[in-house]
Design a protein around this ligand. Structure first.
Ligand SMILES: Nc1ncnc2c1ncn2[C@@H]1O[C@H](COP(=O)(O)OP(=O)(O)OP(=O)(O)O)[C@@H](O)[C@H]1O
Ligand SMILES: [Mg+2]
Length: 368
């Protein structure tokens, strides 16, 4: 008689291959965040996560993992990634990663209605006029984000164009190879943010991701990225302001910021007044992005809400303040809603939500 258990092993193997896991890797300016996700019963399931901060970046205020002088600190990123993997012991080495928005060039182009193949040719031609470096040095991607009809009844389509220096892509491939991972996909972080925080929701939305060295502002409408901008006012600006105004070291300033936030009453009043001008700097950038969007994109809809992401979204009191200043409902990011996760994460969910937006959004690419 045949052994009835003969097929168990191959079946288990099959199950593993049809539910593979992926690593979403977000390399920020001062931290590396990795999540491991596989398909769960109802939703994608988070198996594990890790956040590694480069503490040195706080002390050396002029350094960051990602800088415009991109050749720097490759070694530090590789070491952080290796440490993260050693700590997480993931079941996979397949990674999906994001580019910071400042290393990409994006714009919205408008074309009359035409066939897909004509559109591709026109985009390639137009891209040359808009992209500030030789076209042979960049990789180009684009997506249709909208359409409208002008007063004469002609139809137009709006194309979101993304270009990234090839040198940058090669650099990421090198970093991941050396860290022992297989880099399957790279995308700019505003796409990951939109997938994680907006999904299929049709509401015109600001996503404001307040990181350490930069704030990314994305306008998403009908579930896709329509526009974006960036500001250098971010979490580190608040820490530096506290450190220099109160004459305390940056590590202490960082603690104070996290402890007290911008609630602004009683003993916290002074701290708030030191930090608020920098939060206003972020809000002014959001307004500038809104102004550019309205003036550059025909048919731009009014933005109806804001979602705060990045570590800066954990600043106490920031939702209320931004809501007042922008005059639209403002909430903290909650990407974990789209996932199943171990119960141990629940107590930390409030704080983790905005920190993991990009990394989680990256993995959702593989599960839609
Ligand atoms: N509870 C908190 N209150 C205030 N700020 C916080 C809190 N937690 C984290 N931050 C700030 O968030 C910032 C880090 O955010 P995040 O991890 O999103 O940055 P990053 O992704 O490394 O950087 P970037 O997006 O600029 O590349 C730091 O400036 C940190 O001080
Ligand atoms: Mg970030």
């Amino acid at each position: 008689m045949q052994n009835p258990f003969k097929f168990l092993q191959p079946l288990r193997f099959l199950k593993q291959t049809i539910t593979p896991s992926y690593l979403g890797v977000d390399i920020g300016t001062t931290s590396v965040k990795v999540v491991e996700v596989k398909q769960g019963e109802r939703l994608p399931q988070i198996l594990n996560y890790a956040i590694l901060e480069s503490r040195s970046s706080l002390l050396r205020v002029n350094t960051a993992l990602q800088t415009s002088a991109l050749k720097l600190f490759e070694r530090e990123i590789i070491d952080l990634l290796k440490a993260t993997i050693a700590h997480m012991k993931p079941q996979t080495r397949e990674a999906v990663a994001s580019f910071p928005i400042f290393s990409a060039f994006t714009t919205i182009l408008t074309f009359p209605e035409m066939s897909k193949s004509d559109l591709e040719k026109s985009i390639a031609f137009q891209a040359k006029q808009y992209i500030p470096v030789p076209i042979s040095e960049v990789a180009i991607d684009w997506m249709k984000v909208g359409e409208y009809r002008d007063e004469k009844g002609f139809n137009y389509q709006q194309i979101f164009l993304i270009s990234v220096p090839r040198e940058q892509i090669a650099r990421y491939q090198r970093i991941f190879r050396e860290a022992g991972m297989n880099l399957g996909t790279l995308e700019i972080e505003n796409l990951s943010l939109t997938r994680a925080l907006v999904g299929a929701d049709q509401t015109p939305t600001f996503i404001i991701d307040i990181g350490s060295r930069s704030t990314v502002v994305v306008i998403a409408d009908k579930g896709t990225v329509h526009f974006s901008g960036q500001s250098d006012f971010a979490g580190a600006s608040l820490t530096q302001a506290l450190s220099s105004s109160l004459n305390i070291n940056p590590l202490r300033a960082e603690e104070l910021k996290k402890e007290r936030g911008i609630i602004g009453t009683g003993p916290n009043y002074e701290l708030s007044t030191i930090m608020l001008p920098f939060v206003d700097g972020i809000i002014n950038e959001v307004k500038r992005v809104q102004f550019n969007y309205k003036s550059q994109v025909p048919g731009a809809r009014e933005i109806e809400r804001a979602i705060l992401s990045g570590g800066g979204a954990n600043l106490l009191g920031i939702e209320k303040y931004v809501q007042q200043r922008l005059g639209i409902p403002t909430v903290k990011a909650a990407p974990l809603l789209r996932f199943e996760y171990p119960p141990g994460i629940e107590p930390l969910a409030g704080e983790l939500n905005p920190l993991l937006s990009v990394a989680l959004g990256l993995t959702l690419r593989e599960f839609s």
